[in-house]
Design a protein. Structure first.
Length: 311
């Protein structure tokens, strides 16, 4: 599965280009938002923290695959990253995980206080949908559908539902299947959103192989299968890194899951099986990406990259 040599380097550069484009767009979308206020500074602090930008970059990658112009896709990709960021701000707060570090820097509530961190998360969420509504006015029905998927997968049917399950699992002996469902919602949902945004935008703006409706729907299903399996592999890998990772590389302390009485997949099945299952779900993701042929190379590269990551 590993992609070495020139091909791997080219795909790495391409994904980096997506991330850099997202970084630039984020700055433009927060310019003038609460400028000079504590709230504005908190939003900028959190959004400009060094991160992988996996979700918005994956949105752009899928839009390239489905033939959607990246200029059309960018507002939705930025909104997705804002929602992911707000979830981290709230997740780090004392009422949730009570973490002091995020991405190698003090967490929002440590810098700006708990009340401002709460408001910062709320403001990022609202700004995300402001951006989506502005784009949907331009893009019409497909833009509204993309926004609907973002709201659904970030809400009780997706990320927030997974967070609630995660809390319910604390101090329990929740079995592996319950934990996988938690991860499907908590982590996979926002990755699914990257695929869903591209699919919905492509229904009117895309040029996917000039394909039939049947071919398009098969590709749409494969995209969500890829992200669903990638999300499970990603979260189980996170669990493993919390035990075996290097705090300096992770940008946060290890052992926080056990300290916070979190029930994790690794705790349920052990390190050896969890390690095998990361590879299993990664391979399932790669299999799903096969439907895209050469266009799906960047998806296969990303799956291999996340399998081998150290942070």
């Amino acid at each position: 599965m590993e992609m070495n040599g020139k091909a791997g380097e080219a795909l790495k550069r391409k994904f980096k280009e997506y991330a850099e484009a997202v970084e630039k767009a984020i700055l433009s979308y927060i310019e003038g938002t609460g400028t000079g206020t504590v709230l504005g500074k908190a939003m900028e602090y959190c959004l400009t923290a060094p991160g992988k930008r996996i979700r918005p970059s994956l949105t752009l990658a899928f839009c390239d695959i489905f033939g959607v112009d990246l200029e059309i896709a960018m507002p939705y990709a930025v909104a997705l990253e804002m929602i992911h960021t707000y979830s981290l701000v709230h997740d780090d707060m004392p009422c949730m995980d009570d973490d002091d570090l995020r991405r190698g820097r003090p967490t929002c509530h440590k810098v700006f206080g708990e009340a401002n961190a709460l408001l910062c998360g709320d403001a990022l969420l609202n700004r995300a949908f402001e951006i989506v509504f502005e784009a949907a006015v331009r893009d019409g029905k497909c833009g509204a559908a993309a926004g609907r998927e973002l709201a659904r997968l970030a809400g009780s049917e997706g990320m927030l539902g997974g967070q609630a399950l995660d809390i319910a699992n604390e101090n329990t002996e929740a079995p592996a299947d319950v934990l996988l469902e938690t991860y499907r919602l908590k982590t996979s949902a926002l990755l699914d959103c990257a695929a869903a945004i591209a699919v919905e935008l492509a229904r009117e703006n895309g040029r996917y192989f000039n394909s039939s409706k049947e071919e398009f729907e098969k590709a749409a299903s494969a995209a969500v299968s890829f992200t669903g399996n990638l999300g499970l592999a990603f979260q189980i890998k996170d669990d493993l890194l919390d035990i075996t990772g290097d705090p300096g590389m992770l940008g946060k302390p290890v052992g926080s899951d056990e300290k916070d009485s979190k029930r994790t997949y690794v705790a349920a099945v052990g390190v050896e099986k969890a390690t095998r299952d990361v590879a299993f779900y990664t391979e399932k993701a790669v299999e799903a990406a096969a439907v895209f042929g050469e266009r799906g190379q960047i998806l296969r590269w990303l799956a291999a990259e996340l399998l081998d990551r150290k942070r």
